[in-house]
Design a protein around this ligand. Structure first.
Ligand SMILES: *Cc1c(COP(=O)(O)O)cnc(C)c1O
Length: 243
């Protein structure tokens, strides 16, 4: 599993180089190792190589893995959160939720977080390109609903997240990363709230994202290699992983 250590080192090198190009400190950027579909042994190899933050996109898969990794591992939910999984997600102890994507979901999350006695940290997902197939607030909708979002007393809204349209060239993502940063700047000024975090950039384009201000990059394939198709589940577990 030295391969994972080597790939992690290569990703860190690329992040550092992009930070230098942008006049930023590499310490401002947190690498989220996207571990969805990979078995716990693979995550352990990354943890042993010094990677502590893991991104999972399914609540149930994450909940199966979390008890199998040492407690120093930290967990981010990077995917869309389904309403009927909120309670399970809160019980899992995610450090950050990247994909809060509607006011309705935010209200439900806030309500259940209050019942659970928690103050979850969240990012608002923005569909900057306006793709109909994608989750996320449109920029206009987010501005219209920001006041209502900020009124939710349990949610700690720390910034924005986006997934740009798939493109073979990293440069194609740049306009969407710029759009997210500019939207963040506008929201900060208009609503007088700090939104310090920008979650943007995946294996193919994280260096460009760092150049444009990402504080969290979500990198899977470049660390763990190609994913198998399905969620990981414990051997012999007959329960359906329907989330
Ligand atoms: C899977 C996933 C990633 C990681 O994608 P890679 O191309 O493998 O780096 C990043 N963000 C989200 C939201 C994902 O679902």
């Amino acid at each position: 599993m030295n391969e994972i250590a080597d790939r992690l080192a290569a990703v860190h090198t690329e992040i550092a180089a992009a930070a230098v190009r942008a006049g930023r400190s590499a310490e401002e950027i947190e690498l989220v190792a996207v571990s969805k579909t990979h078995p716990p042994e693979t995550l352990l190899a990354a943890l042993d190589a010094g990677q502590c933050v893991f991104g999972e996109n399914r609540v149930q898969e994450a909940r199966a893995k979390i008890p199998l990794l040492p407690g120093r591992a930290r967990w981010h939910l990077i995917g869309h959160l389904q309403k009927n999984k909120i309670r399970h997600a809160l019980a899992a102890g995610f450090e950050l939720y990247h994909g809060l994507d509607t006011l309705e979901l935010a209200r439900e999350f806030d309500r259940i977080a209050e019942e659970a006695g928690q103050f979850p940290r969240v990012l608002l997902e923005v569909n900057v390109a306006g793709e109909t197939s994608k989750f996320g607030f449109s920029p206009d909708q987010l501005r219209a609903e920001m006041e209502a979002l900020l009124a939710l007393g349990r949610l700690q809204i720390e910034g924005l997240m986006t997934i740009p349209p798939f493109a073979p060239e990293a440069e194609n993502s740049r306009p969407f990363f710029i759009a997210l940063r500019e939207l963040r700047d506008r929201l900060q000024a208009e609503f007088r709230v700090p939104l310090p975090r920008l979650s943007m950039g995946m294996s193919g384009d994280f260096a460009v994202a760092v150049e444009e201000g990402a504080t969290l990059v979500r990198v899977g394939t470049a660390i763990f290699g190609t994913r198998r198709g399905k969620a990981w589940k414990p051997a012999g577990d007959a329960a359906s992983f329907d989330d």
